[in-house]
Design a binder for this molecule. Structure first.
Ligand code: S3P
Length: 438
């Protein structure tokens, strides 16, 4: 068993300076997947070297893809073409990553060999029917464990047929799994989303020379094409920047610049929500990098107020709610979130775990089936159980900036899944954070 990591964070302080947070997790996963399946050599820069992405890379290496790196965010992939993967000798371990498991299921459904996908304790509890059922309707054969959970056994040599799927939930992972399977299907595969979700798969497929048609809320691909290698420059992850955006917004005297952050409009719900709460965030030098809009974000302390979070922003900020709840706890007045039941099936039940943590710091937080109501006010110090959820761990570390006592966050090892180097970067910015190994 590997050792446990806790954070001990002293109260107070402010955040200042210039930082570049690691690469975008969603784009990093996809650059590995598309680079591996392309013909030719793909060079990736700015890759997130987090455990989730390394699981995706490990899976392709296990299926015969040669790659050099990653080192300092650089990865070279020698693509094998859509039909060039080899059968893996063992189950493919997706670790903690829902994105890796769901998108890989779409790819594996189109292969000429059987495969098995497994994950860690958290991933093994997460719902997979949302991909196995629509893929089944395309002709894939995917066995799940009880209740539609992993492991997933994907049968190869199935003839996939394109179809039009209307998604019951707003999920970029489901959309992406189906579009990736669509590369292997006869005719056209179309997915209609009930609300806009991150569109990196569509953008990156096009970047790799594959046509994706978009009409309203529907995205379609036609099977039988080819991916052509291309270079990918991965911007810094707005989901990782979010911890610092909130930290600098709530800690008096803060001023921070976050460099080269991806500001794809399907990801910027966190900026909209923080601005509605009164945050002072400026976009500097907006530009384009590798088909994605990026900017430097300047954030200064501001006095935040509670708001009713607009429902249409929920899918556009889905990963940032744990730290937005910390902003709400530090704000004046009440913040109300509804329409966010998806938070209950992330790396942990993020509504329940955040409510429990906030309450243990003396914050009034009331769970609802699909959201939470938080009364901003004072935060005491205390001990928080992150339930092994990376974003919960980092959120409560940030909360210490406005707490009256020290905060201990237990079980922070999984921060490495999305944000390796968080503790060091947070310290550099001004957080008094010590890492304790049990
Ligand atoms: C992701 C989509 C989101 C998000 C996850 C990454 C992706 O999940 O929570 O961290 O890369 O497609 P859902 O699409 O299931 O909401």
């Amino acid at each position: 068993m590997s050792s446990r990591i806790d954070y001990l964070v002293q109260p107070g302080g402010r955040l200042a300076g210039r930082l570049r947070v690691p690469g975008d997790k969603s784009i990093s996963h996809r650059s590995v997947m598309l680079g591996a399946l392309a013909s030719g050599t793909t060079h990736v820069t700015g890759l997130l070297e987090g455990e989730d992405v390394l699981c995706t890379l490990g899976a392709f290496r296990a299926m015969g893809v040669q790659a050099e790196g990653p080192q300092d965010g650089r990865l070279t992939l020698h693509g094998v073409g859509l039909r060039g993967l080899k059968p893996p000798a063992q189950p493919l371990d997706m670790g903690n990553s829902g994105t890796a498991m769901r998108l890989m299921t779409g790819i594996l459904a189109g292969q000429s060999f059987d495969s098995v996908l497994i994950g860690d304790e958290s991933l093994s509890k997460r719902p997979m029917k949302r991909v196995s059922e629509p893929l089944g309707a395309m002709g894939a054969i995917i066995e799940t464990a009880e209740g539609g959970r992993p492991p997933l056994r994907v049968k190869g040599r199935q003839k996939l047929r394109g179809m039009h799927y209307v998604m019951p939930m707003a999920s970029a992972q489901v959309k992406s799994a189906l579009l990736l399977a669509g590369l292997y299907a006869e005719d056209e595969t179309c997915v209609t989303e009930p609300a806009p979700t991150r569109d990196h798969t569509e953008r990156m497929l096009r970047g790799f020379g594959y046509d994706v048609s978009v009409k309203g809320a529907t995205r379609c691909v036609r099977g039988g094409g080819q991916l052509k290698a291309c270079d990918v420059d991965v911007p810094a992850d707005i989901s990782s920047a979010a911890f610092f955006l909130v930290g600098a917004s709530i800690a008096p005297g803060s001023e921070l610049v976050l460099e080269h952050v991806g500001i794809n409009p399907t990801r910027t719900g966190v900026l909209d929500i923080l601005r509605l709460m009164g945050a002072d965030i400026e976009l500097l030098n907006p530009r384009e990098a590798g088909g994605e809009p990026v900017a430097d974000l300047r954030v200064r302390y501001a006095s935040l107020k509670g708001i009713e979070i607009p429902r249409e922003l929920v899918p556009l900020a889905i990963d940032e709610f744990p730290v937005l709840f910390i902003a709400a706890a530090a704000a004046s007045g009440e913040t109300v979130l509804a329409g966010a039941e998806e938070l209950r099936v992330k790396e942990s039940d993020r509504i329940a775990v955040m409510a429990q943590g906030l309450k243990s710091l003396g914050v009034e937080a009331r769970e609802t089936p699909d959201g939470i109501v938080i009364h901003g006010g004072r935060l005491r110090g205390g001990t928080i159980d992150s339930h092994g959820d990376h974003r919960i761990a980092m959120s409560f570390a940030i909360a210490a900036l406005v707490a009256e006592g020290a905060i201990t966050v237990r079980d922070c090892k999984n921060v490495d899944t999305s944000f390796p180097g968080f503790a060091g970067l947070a310290r550099r910015a001004g957080l008094d954070l010590q890492v304790r190994h049990d």
